[in-house]
Design a protein around this ligand. Structure first.
Ligand SMILES: NC(=O)c1ccc[n+]([C@@H]2O[C@H](COP(=O)([O-])OP(=O)(O)OC[C@H]3O[C@@H](n4cnc5c(N)ncnc54)[C@H](OP(=O)(O)O)[C@@H]3O)[C@@H](O)[C@H]2O)c1
Length: 167
């Protein structure tokens, strides 16, 4: 299974100054829950934006600065590659795959995705600099849960799960 996991605002904003543009504790908990034990594929900038590597998840970091597949650390499990589409097949044999951004990485894998876990944040970020809007043509809405703005979440949001329609 390949899932795309994203949180964006009304305009598709996912990032600002190489950080998340919203503070949503409950959504981060959901992100952890849905990606746990999967192979997370992410861009080099998103990797650099993390405070620490994601625990209990293999990370495949996309960068043109290396050739082939390079093991950077085996605990936690971090790989770098300039050929993520090629190496996807090897990782997919072992575990589920989570495409976790940023924008170019979402676009690169969009046609291969079976499931979209989409957090739609009720806000319009000013001066955002990273954008991606999932395309749900050929997907069906399987689940939806709403969360109010509260002390842990600076905006309200809806988490939707979209599943690819079998052909
Ligand atoms: N809201 C969300 O759900 C979410 C999710 C993820 C990220 N974000 C945010 O998005 C922003 C970062 O995203 P971004 O779009 O600017 O950058 P990004 O996609 O994380 O990283 C871009 C880098 O990925 C590498 N890359 C891209 N295409 C590649 C390919 N085909 N093969 C190999 N490497 C490739 C390149 O690295 P090199 O330059 O090293 O070659 C490129 O500079 C941050 O603000 C982050 O917080 C938000």
């Amino acid at each position: 299974m390949i899932q795309l996991v994203i949180a964006n605002d009304h305009n598709g904003c996912i990032g600002k100054n190489n950080a998340l543009p919203f503070k949503l504790k409950t959504d981060l908990q959901n992100f952890k829950h849905v990606t746990l034990n999967s192979v997370c594929i992410l861009g080099r900038k998103t990797f650099e934006s993390l405070k620490e590597p994601l625990k209990n998840r293999t990370m495949l970091v996309c960068t043109k600065a290396v050739t082939g597949l390079n093991l950077i650390s085996d605990s936690p499990d971090i790989w770098y590659t300039n050929e993520p589409l090629y190496w996807l097949k090897s990782f997919q044999k072992q575990k589920d795959i989570s495409i976790i951004g940023g924008a170019k990485i979402y676009a690169l894998f969009a046609s291969l995705v079976d499931k979209i876990v989409w957090t739609r944040v009720d806000c319009e970020i000013q001066n955002g600099d990273a954008f991606y809007m999932p395309n749900t043509d050929n997907f069906t809405l399987a689940n939806e849960a709403s969360y109010e703005k509260d002390k842990d979440n600076e905006f309200g949001f809806v988490i939707q799960t979209w599943e690819k329609i079998a052909k």
